[in-house]
Write a protein that binds this ligand. Structure first.
Ligand code: 13P
Length: 251
């Protein structure tokens, strides 16, 4: 049994409106209420569904709220952006930063992602820093070096105390939404390299993401440096997400 508590985060991406988010929460809460309280669970709805999800989750918050991104700035003339204090209004506990889809489609650089990580920490929101390599990088044998470089670029100037407050998510790009999940030993190799890159990472949650499903989640949890999942497609259905977590924590 690992000392670090498990954590599962459902990244809904650009799916579900406010009423669909409310229905999800109403179905999902009864399914997870008997899970041990040490099991961390969060959902990351789109911004427009945060208020509805927050209201449906209530103040007890057995299931936490996460955002899918945020601005590195706290306010100002940044049309279309959402700032950390706006997320705090809904008691958002986590924010996913550096997801490969944002690196690709929104051209987010390591420097921008690093600024967002610092802004989240300053606002008391836990950043979930997503990292991962493309298929070409993996085939060239450079996956570990690539991921460590991404982590260093986004967190290198954090203090030890700050670095110990982040969550890392290893999401190989070629495994996202493809049904081709990463071999557990390979994911463990990356997670171990990340954990040992810095003393501050000794006790942080390290998640795996990329076609994690109810059928394969338990195998990742057996890996000594993997503490949970950042789940896309399988988190959209309440039963599927609850089954995934149940399978993963059932020894
Ligand atoms: P899938 O679980 O759909 O592969 O998505 C993973 C992901 O990108 C989570 O952030």
């Amino acid at each position: 049994m690992k000392q670090r508590p498990p954590l599962f985060v459902g990244n809904w991406k650009m799916n579900k409106n406010a009423s669909q988010a409310r229905s999800f929460v109403e179905s999902f809460l009864p399914l997870v209420e008997t899970f041990p309280s040490t099991v961390g669970i969060a959902i990351a709805p789109p911004f427009t569904a945060l208020a509805a999800a927050a209201a449906a989750l209530g103040s007890k918050r057995r299931v936490a709220l996460a955002a899918q991104t945020m601005s590195e700035f706290s306010e100002g003339a940044y049309t279309g952006e959402i700032a950390a204090p706006m997320l705090a209004e809904f008691d958002v506990a986590y924010v996913i930063l550096g997801h490969s889809e944002r690196r690709l489609y929104q051209h987010e650089s390591d420097a921008t992602i690093g600024a967002k990580v610092r802004a989240a920490l300053d606002a008391g929101i836990t950043p979930i820093l997503a990292v991962g390599e493309s298929l070409a990088v993996r085939e060239a044998g450079d996956a570990v070096a690539h991921v460590l470089a991404q982590i260093q670029a986004a967190t290198g100037d954090l203090t030890e105390e700050q670095a110990a407050r982040i969550v890392l998510a290893y999401e190989p790009i070629w495994a996202i939404g493809t049904g081709k999940n990463c071999d557990c030993d390979r994911a463990q190799e990356i997670a171990h390299a990340a954990r040992t890159a810095r003393n501050a990472f000794a006790d942080i949650p390290i998640l795996y993401g990329g076609s994690m499903k109810p059928e394969n989640a338990a195998a990742y949890m057996k890996m000594s440096d993997i503490d949970g999942g950042l789940v896309g497609g399988a988190s959209l259905d309440p039963r599927s997400f609850a089954n995934l977590i149940a399978g993963a924590i059932a020894e």
